[in-house]
Design a protein around this ligand. Structure first.
Ligand code: DSN
Length: 427
């Protein structure tokens, strides 16, 4: 019996209502193809650490400097997570306490800017993140945000970034995105930051696992601060981390606690340590390489079926299908795919004429299906299933559903896939 099902058993005795919902979610994951680019499937060991007794503990402060007694094992746990993440990324300093990527970004703002200061980030509608200056987010409310986007071909135009930077003279520049299918040029961002005297924050949340495995260039040598979530391509628990140069360590730690957060979530820090341990294993490199192989293969196949992709392809784990010239919207495409158990998210594409809750695009990512064990030949099937699901004929939908069913039974979740990837089998 798996750890996942075992904890369901304990719950079902005491709280059948919650247990039933967990069971339903578990079944949804098992029966569907997860293509949301920011999601992944954490290992049973990560999930076990998440449900540990460390959840009970208050440990405000940092190892050796806590505001509560009884923190000796919390100190060791946090130090272990820090040691592992510094080793993965070759970072000078790491703070593993942020509850999320948004909190991690917020902490960098708090450490480096005063309210009203100018900063430059990627436009949300061109692939940036909410916390990179969106007017309804803290970043756009308390600071003066300026943005850069992509060119007509869908690529970041670094000349344009420099032009905007010279115009707005930001104190901080953010590189990083939530929906950008191309490799980021961190050396260029560093040059631009130097030219205008700005600090450089790289938010590598989406690509952290690719960076860890060396299949995307690392921002660490170029950036003053690097933030990331821990649950996307890094495949850990939901959470955030910040890495920075040693000279900013005190300011960052102070911004996270007591600046923004109270007690760290020690069970999550334990699960982060487990995930970092997994990343340090040789198999993780193969996993990250396969994410990109699958992504490129799927992109090529989808274009072969006539779909248009922003920037004409992908260098990383994700692609953006562009429905600007299609009669259906991103929202409708998301629903049509959901009907055959393929999960994606509607996503604005650059210069999208439709509203953000409708959109003209969908974002597709390969981290979760690669965790499941899928390879290039499966991308052929998946591309066919996507193209059939988006046709009007019901018969084609039935064929798409059958492909999804076959793939899901070939790659069972929380059964065979983790042992194939070198993890202890949970069954
Ligand atoms: N909301 C996340 C995503 O889906 O990309 C980013 O934080």
């Amino acid at each position: 019996m798996s750890i996942v099902e075992c904890s369901d058993d304990i719950l079902s005795l005491q709280d059948p209502e919650v247990a039933a919902l967990i069971q339903q979610e578990s079944q949804r994951l098992k029966d569907g193809i997860e293509l949301i680019a920011s999601e992944n499937v954490a290992s049973p060991a990560v999930l076990a650490a998440l449900s540990s007794v460390f959840s009970n503990k208050y440990a405000e402060g940092y190892p050796g400097r806590r505001y509560y007694g009884g923190c000796e094992f919390n100190d060791s746990l946090e130090l272990l997570a820090i040691k592992r993440v510094k080793q993965i990324f070759n970072a000078e300093h790491a703070n593993v306490q942020p509850h999320s990527g948004a909190q991690a970004n917020h902490a960098v703002f708090l450490a480096t800017l005063s309210p009203g200061d100018s900063f430059l980030g990627m436009d949300l509608s061109h692939g940036g993140h909410l916390t990179h200056g969106c007017p309804v987010n803290f970043s756009g409310i308390y600071y003066k945000s300026y943005s850069y986007g992509v060119n007509e071909q869908g690529f970041i135009d670094y000349e344009e970034v420099l032009r905007v930077a010279k115009q707005c003279q930001p104190k901080l520049i953010i590189a990083g995105a939530s929906a950008y299918p191309r490799a980021l040029n961190f050396a260029k961002f560093r040059e631009i930051a130097n030219e205008v005297g700005a600090l450089l924050l790289v938010d590598m949340a989406h690509i952290a696992g690719l960076v860890a495995a060396g299949v995307h260039e690392s921002p660490i040598p170029f950036a003053d601060f690097v933030t990331t979530t821990t649950h996307k391509t890094l495949r850990g628990p939901r959470g955030g981390i910040i890495m920075c140069r040693e000279k900013y360590a005190k300011a960052i730690d102070k911004a996270v606690f007591p600046g923004l957060q109270g007690g760290p979530l020690m069970h999550v820090i334990g699960a982060k340590a487990v995930a970092f341990g997994e990343v340090l294993k040789p198999d993780f490199k193969k996993y990250a390489e396969q994410i990109i192989i699958n992504s490129r293969h799927l992109a090529k196949k989808l274009m072969g079926y006539g779909f248009s992709l922003v920037s004409g392809g992908t260098d990383n784990h994700l692609m953006l299908v562009d429905f600007r010239h299609s009669h259906y919207s991103g929202k409708e495409a998301e629903q049509m795919l959901a009907a055959v158990n393929i999960t994606v998210n509607k996503n604005s594409v650059p210069n999208d004429p439709r509203k953000p809750m409708v959109t003209s695009g969908i974002r597709i990512g390969t981290p979760a299906i690669t965790t499941r064990g899928m390879v290039e030949s499966d991308m052929d099937k998946l591309a066919l299933a996507i193209s059939l699901a988006l046709k009007p004929e019901l018969d084609e939908h039935r064929k798409a559903r059958q492909i999804v069913e076959d793939l899901c039974s070939q790659y069972p979740l929380y059964q065979g896939s983790f042992s194939k990837l070198g993890y202890a089998s949970p069954v």
